[in-house]
Design a protein around this ligand. Structure first.
Ligand code: GP9
Ligand code: MN
Length: 403
């Protein structure tokens, strides 16, 4: 009811953090290009296989970007669709199933809809069937103007592998679509090649497979390497077409690629004795970049954060005030933000501690400590998930009179 939404709004507004004055409005009127990088986890960044970098392009991009080293995916069974939901709404996905399927009929106040009201054209490019993850219906609910799905791409046996169109061909073919759009635009690209089971054509394999007991992990590094190559191709093409300079780029990993099932292989690759529950949480970090062409004050930031923080960050970068928005994340650039992220299973991470599976760990060392250290944050983690769920199950934005 409308009193429920008041209760949630009081909660989220009390967590509101003022933006950094120098970053507020920095992306105003610029094109926003989001790139959802399939299944990439932070452990591949700056890591080598036989002396070869797995992600040379992404490693290099760190120097020219704000790079978030402690950024976590917060998805559950909804995988890519959950990450999309988190990013566009600053709400959590569901603890089981996929909100894209169960709640596409809800009222939302998503990023595309807000940007549309600021004269942005909003779209998604992804070479899969439009109904996969119920995207066609959910994108409408989120306010996207257009979805360039598989029907907008030329997909042949030669340019496909695994789940479909290879990333480099996808980006190449997307250039024409980008040029066809009104500006300014907010466009999300969703890559596909680095998807389980991580298949790759021989000519696209630029590094050797690993030699662990997991075929999945062994192949994963090669498809990550390929995706990195495809991203480089995309940036080069954007530069050649004059689409680079006036855009702001946000690149992030959608969710893990390697599950706990491969812990033995993972411990071999990372040269650790074992993968503890603490390590498993730390492995949920995914790369996150905010790249502003021509910007000079770039740095690597340590703030503990997650996909839920992207929406308020983008709003502030566009100079949009959002104090009244019901959002569960906080602007990544706000000097007032507290390092904190809640994962969908209730695990959470602070500056100093990691909580998971009823155990509290010191973040620096992974050492188990008394629960009292994690206790103050447990309530907040629970409330974040509780109120976000309440928004979705009660379809509470229906009662939002400001919309
Ligand atoms: C499918 C792609 C992959 O269109 O987004 O979905 P996932 O299995 O990663 O959720
Ligand atoms: Mn995915």
């Amino acid at each position: 009811s409308s009193s429920d939404i008041l209760e949630v709004r009081n909660y989220t507004m009390s967590n509101y953090k003022k933006p950094d004055a120098t970053m507020f409005g920095i992306a105003q009127d610029k094109n926003i290009i989001l790139i959802s990088m399939e299944s990439i986890q932070s452990f591949v960044i700056n890591k080598e296989v036989d002396g070869e970098e797995i992600t040379p392009f992404l490693n290099n991009l760190i120097k020219d970007s704000y790079y978030f080293e402690n950024f976590y995916h917060q998805t559950s069974q909804g995988k890519t669709s959950d990450s999309e939901f988190l990013v566009d709404n600053s709400l959590f996905g569901k603890d089981s199933g996929a909100v894209f399927f169960t709640h596409s009929g809800n009222e939302y106040n998503a990023l595309p809809e807000i940007l549309k009201s600021k004269d942005y054209y909003t779209s998604v490019m992804h070479a899969n069937n439009k109904s996969f993850w119920n995207r066609d219906l959910m994108y409408e609910a989120l306010g996207y103007d257009h979805f360039f799905d598989i029907a907008s791409y030329e997909v042949t046996d030669e340019n496909s592998i695994g789940w479909g169109l290879k990333d480099a061909d996808f980006f190449e073919q997307s250039i024409a679509h980008l040029k066809s759009q009104p500006t300014p635009f907010y466009t999300k690209f969703i890559t596909l090649t680095n998807h389980f089971p991580f298949e790759l054509s021989e000519e696209d394999q630029f590094i050797d497979e690993l030699d662990t007991n997991s075929r999945t992990l062994n192949q994963y590094v090669t498809t990550v390497r390929y995706m990195d190559y495809a991203l480089e191709v995309f940036f080069d093409r954007l530069k050649a077409e004059g689409l680079y300079e006036n855009a702001v780029f946000i690149l992030y990993g959608d969710h893990y690629g390697i599950s706990d099932y491969h812990n033995k292989a993972m411990s071999m690759f990372l040269e650790k004795e074992e993968i503890t529950p603490f390590d498993s949480v730390q492995l949920q970090r995914v790369p996150m970049y905010i790249h502003i062409p021509g910007h000079v004050n770039n740095k690597t930031l340590q703030t503990v954060s997650g996909q839920i923080d992207v929406k308020p960050t983008i709003l502030h970068m566009l100079g949009i005030e959002d104090r009244n928005e019901i959002q569960f994340g906080t602007d990544l650039f706000s000097p007032y933000r507290k390092s904190f992220v809640v994962l969908r299973d209730g695990s959470f991470v602070t500056d100093t501690h990691v909580y998971t599976k009823d155990t509290c760990y010191l973040k620096n060392t992974g050492e188990e400590v008394e629960m009292t250290y994690c206790e103050p944050y447990r309530q907040k983690a629970k409330l974040d998930l509780h109120y976000s769920d309440k928004m979705i199950y009660g379809d509470l934005l229906r009662f939002d009179l400001d919309n």
